[in-house]
Structure formats: structure tokens, C-alpha cells
Design a protein around this ligand. Sequence first.
Ligand code: NAG
Ligand code: NAG
Ligand code: NAG
Ligand code: NAG
Ligand code: NAG
Ligand code: NAG
Length: 251
Amino acid sequence: MRFNSLLISSFLLVSVGLTDCRRTDPRSRSYSGVERLTNVRSRNSSNWAGAELGIDNGAFFSVIGTFTIPEISGPISSDVNVWVGIDGDGAGGTCGDRVLQAGVTIYGDPANGHFQDSYAWFWWFPANAVQFEISNFSVGDVIGLVVGAPVNSTYGLAMIENRTKKQAAIANLSSTYALCGQTAEWIVEASLEDDEPLANFSPVTFTDVRAYTHDGHTYGPQDATILNILNGSEVLTSVSVSEDSVKIEHV
Ligand SMILES: *[C@@H]1O[C@H](CO)[C@@H](O)[C@H](O)[C@H]1NC(C)=O
Ligand SMILES: *[C@@H]1O[C@H](CO)[C@@H](O)[C@H](O)[C@H]1NC(C)=O
Ligand SMILES: *[C@@H]1O[C@H](CO)[C@@H](O)[C@H](O)[C@H]1NC(C)=O
Ligand SMILES: *[C@@H]1O[C@H](CO)[C@@H](O)[C@H](O)[C@H]1NC(C)=O
Ligand SMILES: *[C@@H]1O[C@H](CO)[C@@H](O)[C@H](O)[C@H]1NC(C)=O
Ligand SMILES: *[C@@H]1O[C@H](CO)[C@@H](O)[C@H](O)[C@H]1NC(C)=O
């Protein structure tokens, strides 16, 4: 029970952090449409580092990526959130209020007496975030992530796979609003909750990175906008992309 309440409270904290993060990224408000995203190749964010793909008139249907659980260090209150998603940033207007994400939070856990724990979650904001059935991953576990939703629908799916163990959990999701499908992203996110610092993390590389549109197109990350986390005057991350990978490093 103690474990459960600890986990839940950590989860709620981070959930709030994620919500705040999405909303407090001041740059996201300055975008009026997805066309501009394709022209902006690099920008700073208060909380997102990674790649964000936006295509003109493209409604993303599904996003996939694989990564290995990194090792973290830093203040015990620090954390890092690694996820793939659709929408949530840069889309502007009402689309800024929704995002479909699946990923893993890796965090320091003072109550448990050791530094690194993790849990896996999926979230279609504004519905509540939910923890996956398989969750407590260790450094080096290879994780496959999938999110998807049919165009203009309020249901979708999230899947997490332990590639090493060949074990997967699939979740049916529904939310109040359909996604816009305007951006697809592969992100390492800092929690802004109570100014919780971004953990120092070993490099996270998303591989097998793909985004699919409902009209049958497939994209890799090479045309994505690169995001780096800027804290004050300090850039905390460094990002590079290839045709099918996104690498995010703590600097
Ligand atoms: C991000 O912020 C740093 C530090 O202020 C600055 O040097 C850099 O040019 C910024 N990058 C972008 C893409 O605006
Ligand atoms: C997660 O797994 C680690 C390593 O097996 C274990 O020490 C830790 O107690 C677990 N944490 C939770 C919250 O289950
Ligand atoms: C999705 O909804 C928008 C807005 O109502 C509409 O313009 C668009 O045609 C719809 N797309 C499909 C594929 O039904
Ligand atoms: C993932 O698979 C590895 C290798 O089999 C295993 O050691 C680890 O416990 C698994 N993690 C979870 C959360 O099931
Ligand atoms: C997921 O939702 C679909 C559509 O509502 C339904 O047909 C299916 O049975 C659900 N699957 C599970 C595992 O709940
Ligand atoms: C940004 O820097 C401040 C001051 O050093 C620190 O308190 C805060 O946790 C940092 N934020 C992140 C996301 O690392």
C-alpha cells in the first residue's frame, strides 16, 4: 500500500508536471499553424527535447519509436520523461489542448531508498493519465512504443513492449476530443512540477522512428523540428536526427 500510494502520488505529480509543461512552453503559443513548423528547424523549449514533425495538411494516425531505458543521476527529486506522441505542442488553437502520449517516467525515489525507479504510462489529455500493466523498467530494457488514433475519432490505442522480454501491454484509450494529428513527436521531457530538475540521463536514442498519416504516408524524423530544453540561459540538451532515429543527450 505504501508502495502504491507512493507510486500514485509520484505519478500525479508528474502528470501535473506534464500538463504544466505543455502549457507553460511559451513558444508553443506563437504558432498559428502547422505550416510554420516545417519551416522552423530548431527551437528552444522550456521542457521538451527531441524531434517534432509537422506536415502540411497531414493528419497523423500513428507514431512509433523504440528506446532503451537510460541511467539517470542528479538530485533525488529529479526525473526524466521519455515518450512518443501526437499533437500537444505547436499546433495552436484548440489543438494545443490535446495530446496523445505513451512513455516512461524515470525518477529518483527517496522513500524507496534507491535512486532510479520508473513507470510507464499513456495519456490522452484531457482524459486522465493511466499506468501501463507492465511498468517498472530497469536500465537497459529496450522499450517499443506505439500510439495511434483514427482520424477525427475520440478513441485510440497505446502500446508498450518490453522488446527484450517480448512482453507487451496494449491499452484502449478514449478522450473528450479528437486529435488534430498535426504533429508527431519523440520527446525527452523535463518535469516542471515544483521546479523539479531534469535528471542527468545517459543518451536516449529513439530508433525505428516512424509516423504514419491516415492517407497512407510514412515519415521519418529527418524533416522534424529539433527541440532543446532551455532553462534560463542554459541549454540542457543536444539533439540529432537521422532518417530513422532521434538522439537526445543531456549536456
Ligand atoms: C537557444 O538558446 C540558446 C541560449 O540562449 C541560444 O544560444 C540558441 O541560439 C537558442 N536556439 C534557438 C534555436 O533559438
Ligand atoms: C523497480 O525495480 C527495482 C529493481 O528491480 C526495484 O529495486 C524497485 O523497488 C522497483 N520499484 C518499484 C516502484 O516497483
Ligand atoms: C476531420 O474533421 C475536420 C473538421 O471537422 C474535417 O474538415 C475533416 O474533413 C475531417 N477528416 C476526415 C478524414 O473525415
Ligand atoms: C524487460 O525484459 C527484461 C529482459 O527479459 C527483464 O529483465 C525486465 O525485468 C523486463 N522489464 C519489465 C518491466 O517487465
Ligand atoms: C478496444 O476498443 C474497441 C473499440 O471500442 C473494442 O472493439 C475492443 O474490444 C476494445 N478492446 C479491449 C481490449 O478493450
Ligand atoms: C532550472 O534551473 C533552476 C536553477 O538552477 C533549477 O532550480 C531548476 O530545477 C532547473 N530546471 C530544470 C528543468 O532542470
